[in-house]
Design a protein around this ligand. Structure first.
Ligand SMILES: [Zn+2]
Length: 400
């Protein structure tokens, strides 16, 4: 192998000294911080208390990799979702809820099925429901402006809640009508699965399929309907409470390992932040509000810039060589890694992806993708293939 390979993956270190004397004033500052280009801030614990006023994103202490992954997810949905892996009390849920303040305005469909003008532009009139096709033909708008929402899947969600089912009220009047589920409500929103590893396989499969396809079809008896389901998926899991099957794990783009804060100064800082928040939430949030608004605005321009961000064949080839060297089969590895690299370049104000960009986002894109089972399966299979080839050779000789 003559081609130069990427440097070894960076180690994730807990943060040393104090910083965060002032809140972040821009996305650039936050990004420099979470990608390790400056000195670090702090983290805090899940309180279990309903957080009506989200804790400010940039007030979360430490947990740089988690913050970076969430920001990249907001920039580029092609990353394919984020899985946060770690014990309880490591601010996973708090971090996800804190994104509420950073979510963008979008044009939201006014239709039950989630039809958008872009569906017609891409797929013609058949791509939307008859009502929307008519509206579009008459020059009526199919959308209204609305902020992206955070939808949290209830812990005890059943398949029927997730995909929808028969509308019972209509059924009482002997009418068959379908009721849409959480997946349809999550269209163009952020869907959060807390404790994804505790969900039923049927529920998780339905969510991951809908996320991958951007739509799903519900069939109940003679009735059927197709709903749009384009959402940013964020899951969390505590490995102490059971694992996710490897094929499920592979379907999350980024995988972040979230551990407790090691530095005692950080822990103290985190404790103080939480105390400030609980004793006077409005004042605490007000301290961060300018930075929050600046970051939200910059995310808007970053998403625009992403459309221009290119990755050269030379850089992509080096990334793929490393993936092959790691023995990762899943094509999702390069999709996630290169798309995360594009998002990082865009957030850094550039339109070309460098090896340095890929270096920063490599661990979260590539970890937990190697399958021991598949490696052993192929090794065993190779032996069988060779044996078969030998036998076929002699079979051919005999048949002459
Ligand atoms: Zn429609």
């Amino acid at each position: 192998m003559t081609e130069e390979i990427l440097p070894p993956l960076p180690e994730l270190k807990s943060e040393p000294k104090e910083r965060q004397a002032h809140p972040f004033r821009s996305l650039k500052e936050l990004l420099d911080h979470v990608s390790g280009k400056d000195l670090p801030p702090v983290k805090f614990r899940d309180s279990g208390k309903a957080e009506v006023l989200p804790f400010p994103f940039s007030a979360i202490v430490g947990q740089k990799e988690m913050k970076l992954a969430l920001i990249l997810g907001l920039v580029n949905p092609n990353i394919g979702g984020i899985l946060l892996i770690g014990p309880r009390g490591t601010a996973k849920t708090t971090a996800v809820r804190s994104l509420i303040d950073l979510l963008p305005m979008i044009e939201r469909s006014t239709c039950h099925y989630g039809c958008l003008p872009s569906d017609i532009e891409e797929g013609g009139m058949d791509a939307v429901c008859p009502d929307c096709a008519k509206k579009y033909g008459e020059g009526e708008s199919l959308t209204r402006p609305s902020r992206v929402r955070l939808i949290e899947l209830p812990l005890n969600a059943k398949l029927e809640n997730v995909v929808g089912g028969i509308d019972e009220r209509a059924a009482m009047q002997s009418k068959i009508r379908l009721k849409r589920g959480i997946l349809a409500q999550a269209d163009r929103n952020l869907l959060y699965l807390d404790e994804a590893n505790l969900l039923g396989d049927d529920v998780l499969d339905a969510i991951l399929d809908a996320a991958a396809q951007g739509s799903y079809t519900l069939r109940r008896g003679a009735a059927s309907a197709t709903y749009k389901s384009r959402f940013l998926l964020v899951g969390s899991m505590n490995p102490e409470e059971g694992n996710l099957r490897p094929q499920i794990m592979d379907r999350f783009g980024l995988r972040v390992v979230v551990s407790g804060l090691e530095n005692p100064k950080e822990r103290l800082k985190a404790y103080k932040q939480v105390q400030d928040y609980f004793s006077a939430p409005h004042q605490m949030i007000a301290k961060y509000i300018d930075g929050t608004i600046a970051i939200r605005d910059e995310l808007e321009t970053t998403r625009e810039r992403l459309k221009e961000v290119k990755i050269s064949n030379n850089v992509a080839k080096k990334a793929i060589a490393l993936i092959q060297e790691l023995g990762i089969d899943s094509l999702r590895a390069e999709i996630t890694w290169l798309e995360a690299g594009r998002a990082y370049a865009a957030a850094s104000g550039r339109t070309n992806v460098t090896l340095a960009d890929l270096y920063v986002v490599a661990p979260m894109s590539l970890r937990l993708r190697r399958s021991k089972f598949i490696a052993e399966y192929f090794a065993k299979q190779k032996g069988e293939e060779e044996e078969l080839a030998e036998l076929l050779k002699s079979f051919k000789r005999k048949s002459k």
